[in-house]
Each structure stands twice: as C-alpha cells, then as structure tokens.
Write a new protein. Structure first.
Length: 367
C-alpha cells in the first residue's frame, strides 16, 4: 500500500510540474509577443499620439514608425497594433500597399514572410485570403484564385492543393502546355503539360544490349548507371534485368501512340502512352526494363519490383510512374519504367515518396 501511495504522489508531482512548466512557457510567450507594445513611447511620439488622439494603450513600434514617417491613418489604428515591426526595406511599402486593399494586421505579417516575387504579385491583385496558404513552401501567389477554387471542389488539404495546382492538375491535359526550356537537363520534366522541342534528340546517345537481342539507345549517363543497376540486381537477387526500350524519336512515338489509339481509343491510350513530343522516352533518360526469366507481358513479380523500388535510387534512377501516384503523374502504375535523374535527386525522391513532378515543384521551382 505504501508503495502505491508513493507512486501516486510521484505521479501527482509530475503532473503539477508539467502544468507549472506549461504556465511558465505560456507566460513567457505572452510577454515576448507583447514586449513590443509595452515599450514606452518617446516624448516626440507621445506628442504625435496626443495630436492624433491616440491612447497610450494603443502604442506599438509600428504605430511609432507610421507617426514618425507621416504615413499614419486612423482607419488602421487597430491593425498597427497587430503588425509586428521589422526593419525590412519594404516595410513602409507593404503597409501603404496592403492596408488600403483590406488586409488585416495579422495578414500583413504573413505577407512579410513571402518571397519578393510573391509580394510583387500580390501588390497587383485585389485583396486575397492567403491565410491558409502563405506558410506552404511552394505557395505561388499568382495561383491563389486557382487554389481556392480547386480546394473548394476537391476533398484535399491545402498543401496538396498548392502542389496540384502548381503542377496544372486543375487544367485540361494537352491544352495548357508549354515547351521545356532545357531539354538536355537531367531533371527535364516532360509530361501532359510540358513538351519537348519539335524533333528533339539528345546529342550524347549511347547503346547497350537489349532484351530482344537489339541495341537500345539512351543517353550515355543513363547507360553507365543502368549497367551498375543490372550488375547489382544480378548480385543481390540473381535477377537478370535488361532494357526493352529507352530513347524513342518523335516519329517512332507517333507510330506507337497511334497504334494504341486504334486499339483502345484515345482516353484509354492516354493512361499508358504519351502523345508525340510529350514522351520522356524522347529525352533518352527513361528506360523500360524486364526480368528475362519472365514472359514479356509480365515483366516483374511483386518481389522483383520490391527490390527495384528500394534500390534503383542508389544508381540515380526513380520509378517514374509509381503506385498510388496516378493522380499526379496521370499515368497508370508501371513497375518497369525507370527514369535517370542522378543519385542525389533520386535519393530525395525515394526517401520522401515523391514523383518527379512533386520534386521539381518543391525543390527546384522558385516562388
């Protein structure tokens, strides 16, 4: 009984200690947050406050700034209290631009945290409620109306909303497209919204043995990495993998796509085959593989794929159209289709369960 009583008392002490710590932290945070507004105004500022009939309790560093810089407007007195003063060079410009648009003080605090590019975009727009989006890493102010509309029509969180809209997934495929700026980049994104220049062909094509006794063309960097991957698969799993296809020129892709359309119709063909100019096979960085021990229509067992999924990144590849990401890639899951991006990028994509689209939006595109 005594032992139980001691344990009970110890538990009570711990709980009380936790409550006390919480109170201390909360109190400290309160004073930190309100420290700015508790600073005593200088005599010069007091005179200006008296002149404008401003109560002492309304003092803040931001209020002091607008008074001394002759940009005070009584309409925004309550907002000045909520705006955290900072010494950024655009402090005055942000206040005089966004307060008249109808932004509240706390919303203006959000705006200070945005990139210069996003600030400039918002300056050209009427009031926008960015409270759900400004903290998201890949927030693009020019897409705010699309974010709001897409989120309203889809049951997804704000973070996914931003990524999907940035990737143009709220727009019709093959109609809102642009030509890629650098087709030779290892990270070139070719999909249903981004196409290659007409008849593009990489200049560093190399050949390696293929699954059907053929020579398969691909970019030289992809070939070198593929040979390492093939050797590792043989060593680790006694898995004999070979490429079936890699680089395809636009003419070949046209013939292939038209064949699929004739067989399955446009809608279905678009789920597994790219239209001419929109195939990443044309980059020479995408490779289709097969297990030579299986028939060509099976390609890989679940065990084979598990090894590929967990190992291709070590050699600079990613599974380009992974399972459960069909709504991002807009292609059905393909366990045989890998894409060379380089080891560093492949590792990030693998460890964060991303697609190439998501990686570029989160890590490459500047907003």
């Amino acid at each position: 009984m005594k032992k139980k009583s001691k344990m009970k008392k110890s538990a009570t002490k711990i709980i009380l200690l936790l409550i006390l710590c919480g109170l201390i932290i909360g109190t400290a945070k309160y004073f930190i947050d309100h420290k700015e507004n508790s600073v005593v105004a200088t005599s010069e500022v007091k005179k200006l406050m008296d002149k404008n009939n401003i109560k002492e309790s309304d003092y803040s560093k931001t209020l002091e700034y607008v008074l001394l810089n002759n940009i005070y407007d009584e309409k925004y007195l309550n907002e000045y209290k909520d705006i955290k003063f900072n010494d950024s060079e655009d402090f005055e410009n942000i206040l005089t631009t966004f307060l008249p648009k109808g932004y509240k003080g706390k919303e203006i605090n959000y705006i200070f945290k945005l990139s210069k590019k996003n600030k400039n975009i918002l300056k050209e727009l009427d009031y926008k409620d960015i409270s759900n989006y400004y903290v998201i890493k890949n927030f693009n102010a020019s897409n705010i109306d699309r974010y709001i509309k897409y989120n309203k029509n889809n049951d997804i969180d704000y973070k996914d909303t931003v990524t999907r809209v940035n990737l143009n997934l709220d727009l019709d495929v093959y109609t809102n497209t642009k030509e890629v700026s650098d087709p030779n980049s290892l990270l070139v994104l070719v999909n249903k919204y981004n196409h290659l220049p007409k008849n593009y062909k990489p200049s560093d094509i190399a050949y390696t043995d293929g699954a059907y006794g053929n020579q398969v063309p691909m970019r030289s960097c992809a070939k070198e990495a593929l040979l390492e991957l093939i050797a590792a698969a043989k060593k680790d799993m006694n898995l004999n993998i070979m490429p079936t296809t890699a680089f395809r020129d636009e003419s070949f892709q046209t013939t292939l796509y038209n064949k699929y359309v004739a067989s399955d119709g446009v809608k279905k063909a678009d789920t597994y085959s790219a239209r001419p100019g929109y195939s990443e096979h044309q980059t020479g960085l995408a490779i289709d593989l097969r297990n030579m021990a299986l028939s060509s229509n099976i390609r890989f067992t679940d065990e084979n794929y598990e090894w590929l999924h967990n190992n291709v990144y070590k050699y600079g590849f990613i599974i380009r159209f992974p399972k459960n990401k069909e709504d991002i890639t807009l292609y059905q899951f393909e366990n045989w289709h890998i894409r060379y991006v380089g080891k560093d990028v492949a590792k990030i994509i693998y460890e964060n369960d991303l697609t190439l689209e998501e990686y570029i939006d989160l890590y490459i595109t500047e907003y």
